[in-house]
Design a protein around this ligand. Structure first.
Ligand code: GAL
Length: 416
């Protein structure tokens, strides 16, 4: 029979042991809208259940430009967070600075190589080593539509081509409602633009023009037609669109003030948070002309090299939690994305997510799977920023001709 003193010692050892392996994780992210905040709260819950302290470092600003600026200042001052929302080619840039922690021990123990599509695993590695943990797969080429607004305007269903779209938009406008809910920020302008390019030119043209930055494709008649279509959409947005946050545009569709929004499926997280049901309250449809294509956007967290053993343990647990089945289900149910981990049970996911999961696999086989430029999946950040600015200048200034718009974008694409 243990004496009281022995029991007290045993308890003290257990508590000390837990404390030694527990650590604090400060996580930089930009998920501050209703649906996003609910999603990231699930990760906080899982980490706290493992005994770690969660320090939430949220930097508002859809698309992540603000967060990227804050992150740079923290790293330059020698005080990086434990983890930060970094994705796509930016992972390679940060890794080349020698500041990212190697996650191979966790990846090996958790068998990530068997659980991830090759296209995703490669983005998470630098020189063959894992340096980031992937969170999800967002589809960007969606068009969201409010069912009641379409009915009120006499629009039979989601338009499948851009010609059909403009007929529908005109009916909505005539019904006295806003046809397109938009937020005038460069990443939102580009989110719409890349869906137009995909719909007008197809996946191969999209890749040639916006991923390979091929000058012939960028100055082609197809690009001219894309810009003409893009500009025509502008005429169906409202005067208060400039500077509007993406989730406020989504709220216009949710609240039956607007018919359509071109946005990735993080918008579905807002519909879900508002208790709306796809197929009943709203429609999720491929942006016109893009049903056989899929612009992917994979969120991920990179971990920064830290000295403290407790912090390193917490980082390993964070990486393992992100790729775990529990988080992959509960996070993506809230976020509007689909799990990045293969072979997940999709039973609890809605029809939009099931369509996304099906199309992710089919487009990977057909060549229709392309990286989102708007969301940092495709090209180096410098060229991405320059092209986004050229596209937004065209969107904002009707005096820029299509010919000049094409020339400006082609010139921006050459930015090194
Ligand atoms: C994307 C990000 C999504 C969502 C969206 C709006 O770049 O990958 O998770 O946050 O921005 O902020």
């Amino acid at each position: 029979m243990l004496k009281l003193s022995q029991l007290a010692t045993a308890v003290a050892l257990v508590v000390a042991g837990a404390a030694a392996t527990a650590g604090e994780v400060e996580v930089l992210h930009y998920w501050t809208s209703g649906g996003e905040a609910k999603s990231v709260a699930e990760l906080k819950k899982i980490m706290q259940a493992k005994g770690h302290a969660w320090k939430d470092f949220a930097v508002a600003g859809g698309g992540g430009d603000n967060a990227a600026t804050v992150l740079k200042s923290r790293v330059v001052s020698g005080n990086p967070p434990a983890a930060a929302q970094i994705k796509g080619p930016a992972i390679q840039e940060w890794a080349s600075e020698g500041v990212l922690a190697n996650l191979d021990a966790t990846a090996k123990a958790e068998k990530w190589d068997t659980l991830l599509p090759g296209v995703v695993a490669n983005v998470m590695k630098y020189k063959g080593n894992y340096v980031a943990a992937p969170v999800n797969v967002h589809r960007v080429n969606w068009m969201w539509a409010n069912s009641a607004v379409l009915k009120k305007a006499g629009v039979a269903g989601a338009p499948k081509s851009w010609d059909e779209f403009f007929v529908a938009a005109e009916k909505v406008k005539k019904a006295g409602l806003i046809a397109v809910a938009h937020g005038g920020q460069n990443w939102q302008d580009f989110t719409t633009f890349e869906s137009v390019v995909l719909g007008v030119g197809g996946a191969k043209f999209y890749s040639d023009a916006l991923v390979k930055l091929d000058q012939k494709a960028l100055t082609s008649d197809t690009m001219k037609k894309s810009l003409e279509t893009f500009r025509k959409i502008k005429g169906y947005t409202d005067a208060a669109a400039p500077g509007r946050d993406w989730n406020l545009a989504t709220a216009m569709v949710i609240q039956e003030k607007a018919a359509f929004q071109f946005m990735g499926d993080w918008a579905k997280g807002e519909f879900s948070a508002a208790g709306k049901v796809p197929g009943k309250d709203y429609i999720c449809a491929a942006a016109p002309g893009t049903a056989n294509a899929y612009t992917f956007n994979v969120d991920s967290f990179a971990m920064f090299k830290l000295k403290d053993a407790g912090a390193q343990k917490a980082q390993g647990d964070l990486a393992a939690s992100i790729m775990g089945t529990e988080f992959q289900e509960v996070f993506n149910l809230n976020k509007g994305s689909i799990p990045v981990r293969l072979n997940m049970d999709m039973a609890k996911f809605d029809d939009c997510a099931k369509l996304s999961a099906k199309d992710f696999v089919s487009t990977a086989k057909s060549g229709g799977l392309v990286p989102s430029v708007a969301h940092g999946m495709a090209i180096a950040p410098a060229a991405e920023g320059a092209i986004k600015d050229a596209v937004s200048q065209f969107w904002n200034d009707d005096k820029i001709s299509v010919a000049d718009g094409v020339a400006n974008i082609a010139k921006a694409a050459a930015t090194k």
